[in-house]
Design a protein around this ligand. Structure first.
Ligand code: UDP
Length: 236
């Protein structure tokens, strides 16, 4: 029995690189697809937002002289590329999935609407919500908060390469310890970073709990959905 009926799974584009310096690592992609397949077997409805940092980020582009809005549009297109890759990997495993886009680009994907997304979820399809919010100056973290709230997800599962929220960056500070649970207020008060502030605030204001966990370890998505607290739950 799964803990959640409907989730919004946020995957980072950067993780999709695996050990490569750029692009999509085929092994990591199929690991993700297999974990998602296991999750669908539990009967959980799954919406997915995937980032684009393995291909392009508007902010880094702007640092190199790109116009920020153009750079962000390139970043949003990068999320569509990743979404199509995941769509294809899921379909190859026999998992029905569908890509919706926040910017019109048929026939690459259908233009997003809340109703379309929910209709697919209720049919048991995995819905990949691509192109972020469709607007520059946002991130896919904000896109996943927005979509998670719109589709009435029970939680946002943020699959990253670290296994939760720590007192300090565990990749820099070996003394950092992990929280099993932490409130939104403590996130602000302690100056911790789970997602960008816009995304975190949207979740807080709309009662969408966040579960941060390590998606790069096979089987972890299933563990989270089965109620095992292997990451950090951010709650109201
Ligand atoms: N982006 C945007 N608006 C959105 C979502 C994303 O402009 O609503 C752009 C932005 O440039 C961002 C890039 O798309 O840097 C890729 O997304 P993100 O950095 O969130 O990817 P991740 O860090 O998860 O790989």
């Amino acid at each position: 029995m799964a803990t959640y009926k409907r989730i919004l799974l946020k995957l980072s584009g950067e993780s999709l690189m695996g050990d490569q310096a750029y692009g999509i690592d085929q092994t990591r992609l199929s690991d993700y697809a297999e974990q998602i397949k296991e999750a669908t077997a539990l009967g959980v409805q799954i919406g997915i937002v995937i980032g684009g940092g393995n291909i392009f980020r508007g902010l880094s582009g702007a640092a190199n002289g790109f116009d920020r809005v153009k750079g962000d549009q390139m970043g949003m297109l990068a999320t569509v590329i990743n979404s199509l890759a995941l769509n294809s990997a899921l379909n190859a495993l026999g998992v029905k999935s569908r890509v919706l886009t926040a910017i019109r680009m048929e026939p690459i994907g259908e233009f997003y609407s809340k109703d379309k997304a929910i209709e697919s979820l209720e049919k048991g399809e995995v819905v990949i919500l691509s192109a972020g919010t469709g607007n520059p100056y946002f991130t896919t973290d904000t896109g996943s908060s927005l979509r998670g709230i719109e589709i009435n997800a029970d939680a946002m599962l943020k699959g990253t390469r670290v296994d939760g929220v720590y007192t300090a960056d565990p990749e820099k500070d070996p003394a950092a310890t992990k929280f099993d649970r932490i409130s939104f207020d403590d996130i602000y008060n302690k100056g911790l970073k789970v997602m960008d502030l816009t995304a975190t605030t949207m979740c807080k204001e709309n009662d969408l709990p966040i579960v941060v966990f390590n998606m790069d370890q096979k089987g972890n998505l299933l563990k989270v959905l089965s109620g095992e607290n292997i990451g950090t739950v951010v709650h109201a």
